[in-house]
Design a protein around this ligand. Structure first.
Ligand code: AMP
Ligand code: ZN
Length: 469
């Protein structure tokens, strides 16, 4: 499977060629843990999950690093307002984040480094930049990166900073830094930081946000690595600054391929905390939507197209998933019918056509709309064969296997196990007892009672099998 991705750096669709054959290194900018993430944030994490799963599906041994920003203005402000230690304050949001990832079926990264555990690495990187003359300590005690000293600054955002390089100087009365574009690597401690500070060669303070990602990505993935992702709002200045810090320090190319997802919008505007137009995952769960339905909404659109958040889209996802579940149930029944096993080497081939279309779609810059279309055409063909009465148990088993294969990437197609309510379990137990004592009339009466609850029961060699009607 030759994967192709759109690289924000070159603005071209390119074949994915990793630095080391068979291996892939991926860094994704993670959450700032000062609050519950909203579903806009989860659009980015869901896109990154599709990338993660596609790389593994294609056979790459993946190292996926996602940072946790657990020190910045917002986390400090929040912890101080609550009168709680910064670590304790951020822990609750880290825990919530991991719980939300599970709810959305997002595959875990290999490692989740937290900024506060990597301050020595960040200090070492800043020292290197100071030694190389691309960073300086300013009058305000902070250390800044000098954009003028890094000639290729702007290459990711495709912006021309040459005017700035020719030396736009700002009066020192207003700005401590040499040039407006310079950004902080180390922030000197001030009273608003309270007890949050680390010692450094430049005095007490804390690292800036950008240096965090350069230091932690290189620690876990090396000075050059394959893929770096985020939402499109991270492209500038965050990712541009990451490149400047890393490449100015190492003299090596930092990342080969940058990928960015478009925003989740609400009425044409980016969903964001600052605009107040957001839903957290918890808000949506409380309204009765499932993690699976929300995931479907987040991954069914192409990651580079803006996606509008609307409850109609969630309803459409519910309908699409229940159709897939009906199909799975139908195929499960057919596959478990007598004579299910196909003779060796005679598994029907028709589902593989749909799997091939699915793989082509993903390989083409993670085209999930076409990948879902392949899943739906598998369902359509399977349903048609079942309707015509020509589907064999082997057809059904092969269709289920194809669906499961596709679900290794999409993560929404598998039918969740039916949760059996207590009342139903009691009726099933009573019916099993009635059947053991050959009381067929009671068994039939219980079957009707079970049906009135919306469930159907079948008797198999392995006992009663129950499914939702
Ligand atoms: P933040 O916590 O703001 O740094 O955001 C975490 C991740 O979510 C970053 O990759 C952002 O680019 C991404 N993000 C934030 N808002 C949205 C949105 N409305 N749609 C898609 N991605 C977003
Ligand atoms: Zn980052």
């Amino acid at each position: 499977m030759q994967l192709k991705f759109y690289n924000s750096l070159t603005r071209r669709l390119e074949p994915f060629v990793p630095l080391e054959p068979g291996r892939a290194g991926l860094y994704t900018c993670g959450p700032t843990v000062y609050n519950f993430a909203h579903v806009g944030n989860f659009r980015a994490y869901a896109f990154e999950d599709i990338l993660h799963r596609t790389l593994e599906y294609a056979g790459y041994k993946l190292v996926h690093v996602m940072n946790l920003t657990d020190v910045d203005d917002k986390t400090i402000r929040g912890s101080r307002a609550a009168g709680v230690d910064l670590r304790d304050w951020t822990r609750q949001y880290k825990d919530a984040f991991f719980e939300d990832l599970k709810t959305l079926g997002i595959a875990p990264a290999t490692v989740y480094p937290a900024a506060t555990d990597h301050v020595p690495e960040m200090i070492a990187l800043i020292e290197k930049l100071v030694e190389r003359g691309v960073a300086y300590k300013a009058a305000d005690g902070c250390v800044y990166f000098s954009v003028a000293k890094f000639p290729s600054y702007g290459k990711l955002a495709h912006l021309d900073f040459s005017g700035m390089r020719s030396g736009v100087r700002i009066s020192n009365d207003e700005y401590a830094k040499d040039s407006v574009g310079d950004f902080a690597l180390w922030k000197a401690w001030d009273e608003a930081d309270g007890p949050v500070k680390w010692d450094s060669p430049w005095g007490p303070g804390r690292p800036g946000w950008h240096i965090e990602c350069s230091a932690m990505s290189m620690k876990y993935l090396g000075e050059s690595f394959d893929l770096h992702t985020g939402g499109i709002d991270n492209l500038f200045p965050h990712h541009e600054n990451e490149i400047a810090q890393a490449e100015a320090a190492t003299g090596k190319p930092f990342v080969r391929c940058w990928m960015h997802c478009a925003h989740l919008r609400v009425n044409g505007e980016k969903m964001s905390k600052s605009l107040g137009n957001f839903y957290t995952l918890r808000d949506l769960l409380a309204k009765g939507w499932s993690g699976r339905e929300i995931r479907h909404v987040l991954v069914a659109g192409h990651y580079r197209q803006p996606l509008n958040f609307a409850f109609d889209t969630l309803s459409a996802a519910r309908v699409a998933l229940s159709r897939i579940d009906d199909f799975s149930r139908r195929m499960e029944e057919l596959a478990s019918a007598k004579g299910a096993a196909a003779p060796a080497g005679q598994s029907p081939d028709w589902p593989n056509r749909h799997v091939a279309a699915f793989e082509d779609a993903l390989a083409d810059d993670l085209n999930t709309p076409l990948a879902f279309a392949a899943a739906h055409s598998l369902v359509n063909e399977g349903n048609r064969l079942a309707q015509e009465g020509t589907a064999t148990p082997a057809d059904a088993a092969a269709a289920l296997a194809a669906l499961a294969k596709m679900d290794r990437v999409l993560g929404v197609l598998s039918r969740p196990a039916d949760q059996i309510p207590e009342q139903l379990q009691a009726l099933l137990d009573a019916r099993a007892a009635a059947r053991t004592s050959k009381n067929w009339a009671e068994s039939d009466r219980l079957r009707d009672e079970i049906a009135s609850l919306g469930w159907s029961v079948k008797d198999t060699r392995d006992g009663q099998r129950v499914s939702k009607c």
